[in-house]
Design a protein around this ligand. Structure first.
Ligand code: TYC
Length: 101
C-alpha cells in the first residue's frame, strides 16, 4: 500500500476579473456655448436633450460632472472624440477619464 495519505483538495479557481470601468468626466469652461455642450453629449453619449442639459448644467455649476462609465478603451475613445469635436469648432471644452473606485 502507498504511504501517501490523500488530503482533501480544494480546487482553487482564480475568479475571472471583470474589466474595471472608467468614468468620462466633463469639465466646465467659460467659453464653450451651453448648446454646443448639449449637442456633443447627445451625439457622443446617446443622451436625450433633458439628460444632456442636466449634465451640462451640473458641470456648469459645479465645475465637473460624471457623464458615464465604460470599459477603459471605450471611455477614452469617447472622451477623445467629444473633445476633438469641440477643438474643430475652436472651443476649449474638455472631457477626461479616470478609473472608477
Ligand atoms: N460655462 C459655459 C458657458 O457659460 C457652458 C459650459 C457648460 C461649458 C458645461 C462647459 O462642461 C461645460 N458658456
Amino acid at each position: 500500500m502507498s504511504d501517501f495519505t490523500t488530503k482533501p483538495r480544494v480546487d482553487i479557481k482564480p475568479k475571472t476579473q471583470r474589466p474595471r470601468l472608467h468614468k468620462v468626466i466633463l469639465l466646465n469652461d467659460d467659453y464653450t456655448p451651453r448648446e454646443f455642450v448639449v449637442t456633443v453629449l447627445k451625439g457622443e453619449f446617446r443622451m436625450s436633450e433633458e439628460q444632456a442639459h442636466r449634465v451640462m448644467m451640473t458641470a456648469h455649476q459645479r465645475g465637473v460632472c460624471v457623464v458615464a462609465v465604460y470599459p477603459k478603451e471605450v471611455a477614452e475613445t469617447k472622451a477623445t472624440r467629444a473633445t476633438d469635436a469641440a477643438r474643430q469648432k475652436g472651443y476649449p471644452l474638455l472631457f477626461t477619464t479616470e478609473p472608477e473606485e
